[in-house]
Design a protein around this ligand. Structure first.
Ligand code: ZN
Length: 240
């Protein structure tokens, strides 16, 4: 290429010096496609002047910003919808169970708690031994239940017959508590998973679109700056 070689800009058809613009081959793919959309006959050997090139570059930046904005708005809408679609109300298990407690259930709980303690075993063993000693050795001259303690047997069977359903009642209530807690957990997990999925989409969008686009815009700035710099150098070198 000679010093005075002139080329024609594909947009306005005017003659320019080679330094005043770029060949389509030197443009980035996105901008080249943008030019080709307006001028379908454009070839890679065609030239575009700096002034028109700037318009295409700005249009390209605008398009990137717009598409990023649309995409993040879409994801944000999804996230908002997911947050609002919370149709399940988390129940306070303890409060619900305490409020619905009847007197019978309260007694059952206390009996079951006492029946399952060392205190109960101690008292029970003491009563058994005392009963047998009193009746076997005829202490204090009292003996209402001779060996083999048939009355004691009857009392023991009665106690166990009553204790079993009381313990079952208490167990049913703890099973209710577990079921309610599990239901709460399930719904909370479901909701968290859904939100996590959308957050993932948001992060993906950031790392796959927004950051590369930002870098691309930065690159464009550097390109324009270097062009300005070379133009300045040219002006300085021109003979006065
Ligand atoms: Zn031009």
């Amino acid at each position: 290429m000679s010093e005075n070689e002139t080329v024609t800009c594909i947009v306005d058809g005017k003659a320019y010096h080679v330094d005043e613009g770029l060949y389509l081959a030197d443009l980035s793919t996105a901008i080249r496609q943008r030019v080709k959309r307006d001028y379908p006959k454009a070839k890679v050997t065609d030239f575009i002047c700096g002034h028109h090139l700037l318009k295409y570059r700005l249009a390209n930046v605008d398009a990137m910003i717009n598409s990023d904005l649309k995409q993040s708005q879409k994801i944000n809408r999804k996230l908002t919808r997911a947050m609002q679609s919370d149709d399940y109300e988390i129940t306070d298990v303890n409060e619900t169970l305490t409020n619905s407690l009847t007197v019978g259930e309260r007694v059952a709980d206390n009996v079951a708690r006492f029946g399952g303690s060392w205190g109960f075993i101690g008292i029970f063993v003491f009563v058994l031994i005392a009963w047998m000693l009193v009746n076997g050795l005829q202490l204090f001259g009292v003996h209402f239940d001779h060996f083999p303690f048939i009355l004691l047997n009857l009392v023991l069977s009665c106690i166990s017959a009553i204790q079993a359903p009381i313990i079952m009642m208490s167990q049913n209530r703890s099973a209710d508590r577990d079921r309610m807690a599990a239901e709460n957990d399930y719904h909370v997990n479901l909701k968290s998973e859904h939100e996590l999925r959308i957050l993932h989409a948001k992060l993906d969008h950031l790392s796959q679109n927004q950051i590369p686009h930002t870098l691309e815009i930065e690159k464009l700035q550097i390109e324009i700056l270097s062009e300005i710099r070379s133009e300045l150098a040219e002006l300085r070198d021109q003979p006065k």
